[in-house]
Ligand binder design. Structure first.
Ligand code: FAD
Ligand code: EPU
Length: 296
């Protein structure tokens, strides 16, 4: 089977994923592709369907735990220039799924646009942030608040434009998992760049104080239970600093598991299980993972 035939973009076999995810954990993807455009993406989807190969979409890998054994799947990354376009028109911006939030933010700041300041410090792409409905819990804001419509492809290669009101956004959920996100239109506000910069600076500073950004992680591993913080509960259960192999509960933010020394995916999963068990016993609250786990 020749995956490359007719493909304009990149294709590789047995691609290591470890350095493509912020946790720096995980094995290889059996197939890995970076389509050049939508036509290429459609071709890959049809080949995967024909070969009965699972398809996984990789953004910046900042909310992923990849199994050490890797994944028997076609991993697709929307990193070609086609998927990284940023088109500004007044207060409206069309952003490709592969655009990093940091790049989106700096381009919007330069144009005296604001409203997205709460996204500062989230190390994802537009596509990943939409699927996860990324945001900040404290301020109760999420990317859904900024979206006008999302352009997606379904796994049969059909393109759809979804208006924001028809998307089931809720806390860290979007229901967009059944699609591949291609781009999204954001509605921003006119705001003086110096004011925007000041808010972002303050947000990043608060983040540096409360989160461990020096070691590899995937951010918060558990969703917050209603009205509480998973980190607070894990800390109260006395679990800060708990280690399994190379994985450790951050002593700065207890909902962060950091990769201290070549942690395996198993180390992280065993540690997560231990945290769930202790929190369940102590508070009768069942923590649910926020991170996505890729395994066979
Ligand atoms: P990935 O991790 O690559 O993927 C996440 C999911 O989205 C996967 O299921 C993947 O298949 C899917 N996906 C990605 N792109 C597409 C696409 N184009 N089409 C369809 N599916 C796609 N999150 C917050 O919400 N708030 C925070 O404050 C926050 N802080 C963080 C701090 C740190 C230090 C870290 C490491 C993470 C943090 N996160 C936070 C988590 C993470 O950054 C977000 O969930 C982010 O939105 C994930 O984007 P990504 O591109 O990395 O997605
Ligand atoms: N807290 C503790 N101990 C800890 C962590 C937190 O007591 O170890 C307390 C804090 O002191 C505070 C409260 O819990 O009183 C809330 O903490 P914080 O403001 O850090 O927010 P969070 O609810 O723990 C959420 C998101 C983060 C996001 C922050 C900032 C979730 C699961 N987490 O954390 O998102 O950055 O708010 O808005 O929703 C992520 O999703 O990966 C992530 C990092």
């Amino acid at each position: 089977m020749n995956w490359q035939s007719g493909l304009k973009g990149k294709f590789r076999l047995l691609e290591p994923l470890k350095d493509r995810v912020t946790f720096k954990i995980g094995g290889r993807a059996r197939y890995f592709a970076e389509p050049a455009d939508e036509e290429d993406l459609r071709l890959l989807l049809s080949l995967a369907k024909r070969e009965k190969v699972r398809v996984l979409i990789l953004g910046a890998g900042s909310n992923l735990l990849v199994d050490d054994k890797g994944v028997n799947a076609l991993v697709i990354r929307l990193s070609a220039p086609y998927f990284k376009k940023l088109i500004f028109q007044g207060r409206s911006v069309e952003a490709g799924a592969g655009v990093k939030l940091a790049g989106f933010i700096s381009a919007a700041v330069r144009r005296d646009l604001g409203g997205y300041e709460f996204l500062a410090g989230i190390p994802g792409t537009v596509g990943g942030a939409l699927v996860m409905n990324a945001g900040q819990s404290r301020q109760g804001q999420s990317i859904a608040d900024l979206i006008d419509r999302v352009r997606v492809m379904d796994y049969n290669g059909n393109i759809k434009n979804l208006v924001s009101g028809k998307i089931n956004f809720s806390y860290r959920k979007s229901g967009l998992d059944k699609y591949i996100i291609l781009s999204a239109r954001f509605n921003l506000r006119r705001r003086n760049k110096d004011k925007v910069k000041a808010v972002i600076k303050e947000r990043l500073c608060r983040r540096r104080q409360s989160q461990d950004l020096s070691l590899p992680s995937a951010g918060c591993v558990f969703r917050n239970p209603a009205g509480d913080s998973a980190g607070r509960l894990i800390e109260l259960a006395g679990l800060k600093g708990k280690k399994i192999g190379g994985a450790e509960v951050s002593s700065r933010h207890a909902n962060f598991i950091v990769n201290r020394r070549d942690a395996s995916s198993r180390d992280v999963l065993v540690l997560m299980q231990a945290l769930r068990k202790k929190v369940k016993n102590k508070f009768k609250i069942a923590l649910e993972p926020e991170i996505r786990i890729w395994k066979n």
